[in-house]
Each structure stands twice: as structure tokens, then as C-alpha cells.
Design a protein. Structure first.
Length: 277
């Protein structure tokens, strides 16, 4: 009788083990099926990765197995503020898009002071595009250019309680004016907490006689090459043509899966992809 009892107990233990393994196997299969179903429904997998500036971006693994990065376009405008900048801001506001404005220092006071305040209030970024934009004045030597840029930063800090993070060199950071001191001036800006920003897509809207078609053509031939296109445009008083196609530019970028952000938030992995004018 005692022997039968132990045999029954052993059988019960074996059944219990088999049951627990069956439940565990079922749970694994259910989890795997859930993941597969999610992939089918979503068509892709999202994965958070860190960039070299400490921020996070998103990699998307498409349903064909290829990794594609999150696409973000950066609209930048040089040579403002001007009599047209408020209209640029109206379009950006209506489209829910943030941009970066590289301003000329001698234009940020007086009648355009309210425009700068609006740019800040609405979440756009302001960078420095020198005080005068006169090559002979700003580029005569390293010290002259450094002082010119710092003059604009001081005015932004004192007049608007805003500290710019970026400088854009007139005619780009590879221009021949600074060839003798390029490395030195970039290092001095870095020590002062300023980065510099070029572009990889140019509307060519300050060259010759641009038309709506030429601006769209110039942008289309390059922006799709990049996950992070930096578009160079101008908001000076003479750039009415750019203003007329700005909404079309934004619409096309949105339709092609691009989001928008301010330039200092751009990751640095594409920083050498620059075109200059």
C-alpha cells in the first residue's frame, strides 16, 4: 500500500512538471505570435539610438529589412530680418513648422525688433550671420571677424535675453576670405560656445534672377539625398519669390515623410555634407 502511494505521488509530480512546461511553452509561443502580429500591423520596428551630441534619434527598420533613419528637414533663412520676415513667420506658423533664422546684426533693432521677439516667442532659432555682411569689413582678419560676430551675440543677449548657439559664415565656412585663419576662427567660436552651420541644399534664391520653378528645382535635386537636409534660403526684402513658394516647399517635404526642427538640434553625423555659395 505504501509502495502504491509513492508511485501515485511520483506520477503526480511528473504530471505537474509536464503541465508547467506546457504552460511555459504556450506563453513563449503567445509572446512570439504577438511580436509577429505587431510587425505585420506596423510594418516596421522602431528603435531608440543615441547620437554623438547626446540626443536621441529614431531608427526605423522597414518591412524590407533595411534600416532608415528618421527624416528631419531644417529650414534656414539668411540675411533677415526684413520687411518680408513677418510673412515668412505667418506661413511657418500656419504650417506648424519651426525654422532657424541667421540674422544680420545691424537689422535686429529699430523696426524689426518686434520681428526678432516674435521669432523667439514662436520657438524658432536665431543664429548669427555677422553684423554687416560686408566682406571687406568682416573678413579682413581673424580678430575683426570674431569681434563682428560677438557684437551680434552681445546685442541678442542684452536686447532680447537670447544667446545664439550658431554662426553662419557669409558665403559658407569654406569661403576664400578666411582661408588663412579658418581653423583658428572656428576654434575661437568653439571656445565661446558657438558652433557654425553650413547647408547641404541650396535654393539658390540670392543668385541671379530666381523664379518659383528654379527654386523648387534646386531644392528637389538635393533634399531627398539626405535624412537631415539643411535648406538654405533667404528672407531679405528682395526675396519675394522664395516667400511665394515656401508653402509648396513645406508641403512637398511633409508629403515625403519629413518632419521639421531647429538647426541646433540636428545630429552631427552629416556635418561634412556641405554645399557652399
Amino acid at each position: 500500500m505504501k509502495k502504491l502511494f509513492f508511485i501515485a505521488l511520483a506520477k503526480k509530480e511528473v504530471i505537474g512538471i509536464i503541465y508547467r512546461k506546457a504552460v511555459y511553452f504556450f506563453e513563449i509561443m503567445l509572446f512570439a505570435m504577438t511580436i509577429c502580429l505587431a510587425d505585420i500591423l506596423c510594418g516596421c520596428e522602431r528603435k531608440e539610438v543615441s547620437t554623438d551630441n547626446g540626443e536621441e534619434t529614431v531608427e526605423v527598420i522597414a518591412d524590407n529589412g533595411e534600416k532608415t533613419e528618421k527624416k528631419t528637414a531644417f529650414l534656414t533663412f539668411d540675411d533677415g530680418p526684413s520687411c518680408l520676415t513677418e510673412k515668412y513667420l505667418d506661413i511657418l506658423d500656419s504650417e506648424g513648422v519651426k525654422a532657424t533664422f541667421f540674422v544680420i546684426g545691424q537689422q535686429i533693432e529699430g523696426e524689426y525688433k518686434k520681428t526678432i521677439k516674435r521669432e523667439i516667442r514662436e520657438g524658432h532659432e536665431i543664429g548669427i550671420h555677422t553684423y554687416t555682411h560686408e566682406a571687406d569689413e568682416i573678413y579682413c582678419n581673424c580678430e575683426s571677424y570674431y569681434n563682428d560676430v560677438m557684437k551680434v551675440r552681445d546685442k541678442m543677449e542684452k536686447g532680447f535675453n537670447y544667446k545664439p548657439k550658431l554662426v553662419r559664415f557669409p558665403w559658407g565656412s569654406a569661403n576664400s576670405y578666411i582661408s588663412g585663419y579658418r581653423k583658428n576662427i572656428i576654434e575661437r567660436f568653439k571656445e565661446a560656445g558657438l558652433g557654425y552651420a553650413d547647408w547641404n541644399v541650396s535654393a539658390e534664391d540670392s543668385v541671379g534672377n530666381p523664379t518659383p520653378d528654379s527654386i523648387m528645382r534646386n531644392i528637389r535635386k538635393d533634399y531627398s539625398k539626405y535624412c537631415e537636409p539643411v535648406l538654405l534660403m533667404h528672407d531679405s526684402g528682395s526675396n519675394k519669390v522664395t516667400l511665394s513658394v515656401l508653402k509648396n516647399i513645406i508641403t512637398e517635404l511633409k508629403e515625403n515623410g519629413y518632419e521639421f526642427d531647429t538647426l541646433s538640434k540636428r545630429s552631427r553625423r552629416n556635418k561634412h555634407e556641405n554645399h557652399y555659395h
